[in-house]
Design a protein around this ligand. Structure first.
Ligand code: TXA
Ligand code: MG
Length: 397
């Protein structure tokens, strides 16, 4: 347990990479000092450090050191059977992790060309001589990505070591997208947070398995790189592009679903301390659901508490719920707008920030309105379904 948590400011714009040089050039002395202090904490003290990536903030530790990585699990309260993503800063570092006889599939070459560095995590066969089983939770594969955030890449390069890093939140909570989210959650539990500002994407990387014998690309977790973009790149780069299958949408996998290797299969995820309802205003209700008239739903919320409620709303600015004339008696509405419906990337960017901000503002409960599952909407709805305790189909006519 660290006594104080230092938040060290970093200016991402001061960091540049000039391959083939492995180390970045850092023009800001403060940023240089901050990254060196964080690398020292990782390499010499074997303690985890929080740092920004383009997706969410990560809690990194030396991936190849068992005592360092075990501190990730204890700091987050993370179950030991949930494997970690290993982050690299260069292709040379990637190749040092892979089994010597492994040949990159053409699909991976194409995806890495377009999306690395970036928000795409790929599964590779795990070389158990190199990667400790605590990282993979004993899986035969290891998940690896090369982040594009300059602070993340610089920290890995300066540490000269791959970093295992889950999102920098207590297990089960929404992933942090700003340094202050990390600080509020992990203050006193870690000694260094690198503050590089708000994360650009706002939710986690896309996790892809392209190692199956049929050559298909399986999306285990939708994320910052969209399925449409993956399909586009494979069409562009390959003479006979493989199928791209999204877990649960396009296929099921009993073995996968019994194991916790895909986020949210087994454990509760992304939940703030207050109840979250998913409001369905677009999709057709399943036969098991009983659609509710919006006026009755709002009455039921009011009736659920003897005192006036503060209710947080996460919805696109032009959506059906956001444009409905909500009553102001008995309910104080806290709105966190998610941009226009036509721009799901804005909604993805705001989701975790919105959940954490509304919770901080004292919301008694949070309502999230569904969005279409195109592009970033797929990852948005994947996270919302895991965060929400209840889904309500609203009749709004
Ligand atoms: O954007 C991200 O991916 C962030 C930043 C920090 O890089 N990291 C992140 O880590 O989201 P985490 O631990 O919160 O989620 C990683 C997920 C795990 O929940 C795990 O289920 C999956 O990746 N994963 C890791 N190794 C795997 C493997 N060998 N097979 C299948 N899934 C795996
Ligand atoms: Mg996480």
């Amino acid at each position: 347990m660290a006594a104080t948590t230092r938040v060290l400011q970093c200016d991402p714009a001061s960091i540049s990479f000039h391959p083939p040089a492995i180390l970045p050039t850092i023009s800001s002395p403060d940023t240089q000092t901050a990254i060196q202090a964080a690398a020292h904490e990782l390499v010499h003290n074997l303690r985890p450090v929080a740092f920004p990536t383009e997706t969410v903030y990560g809690l990194g530790a030396l991936a190849l050191d068992v005592s360092a990585t075990s501190r990730i699990f204890s700091t987050k309260g993370r179950p030991a059977d949930n494997p970690l993503i290993v982050h690299v800063s260069s292709f040379a570092m990637l190749h040092r992790l892979l089994p010597p006889q492994f040949i990159l599939p053409d699909t991976y070459t194409a995806l890495m060309k377009h999306f690395w560095p970036g928000a795409l995590t790929l599964l590779f066969p795990c070389d158990s001589n190199t990667i400790p089983s605590i990282v993979t939770a004993g899986q035969p594969t290891v998940a690896i990505r090369m982040p594009s955030h300059p602070v993340a890449r610089a920290l890995i390069a300066v540490s000269d070591a791959p970093l295992a890093a889950p999102s920098a939140n207590s297990s089960g909570k929404p992933s942090p997208t700003r340094a202050e989210h990390v600080q509020r959650d992990l203050e006193g539990k870690i000694s260094v947070i690198l503050d590089g500002g708000a994360c650009g994407v706002g939710l986690e990387s896309t996790v892809v398995d392209g190692l199956q014998p049929d050559g298909a690309i399986r999306v285990l977790r939708p994320g910052g790189v969209t399925v449409e973009d993956i399909e586009r790149v494979l069409e562009l780069e390959m003479a006979s592009p493989p199928k791209v299958l999204v877990h649960k949408r396009d296929y099921r996998d009993d073995v996968l679903e019994a194991a916790p290797t895909t986020p949210g299969m087994k454990y509760r995820h992304y939940s703030p301390a207050v109840p979250v309802h998913l409001l369905c205003t677009l999709s057709v209700p399943p036969s098991s659901a009983q659609p509710v008239d919006i006026a009755s739903y709002l009455d039921s919320l009011k009736a659920s508490s003897p005192r006036p409620l503060k209710i947080g709303v996460l919805a696109p600015t032009d959506s059906r719920f956001a444009t409905y004339p909500l009553p102001s008696d008995g309910i104080e509405w806290l709105r966190f707008p998610l941009g226009p419906s036509a721009e799901p990337a804005v909604a993805a960017h705001g989701l975790f920030d919105g959940l954490l901000t509304l919770e901080r503002q004292g919301a008694d409960m949070i309502l999230i309105e569904e969005i279409g599952e195109e592009r970033e909407g797929l990852a948005f709805m994947n996270r919302v379904r895991k965060a929400a305790g209840e889904s309500i189909w609203l009749k709004m006519d």
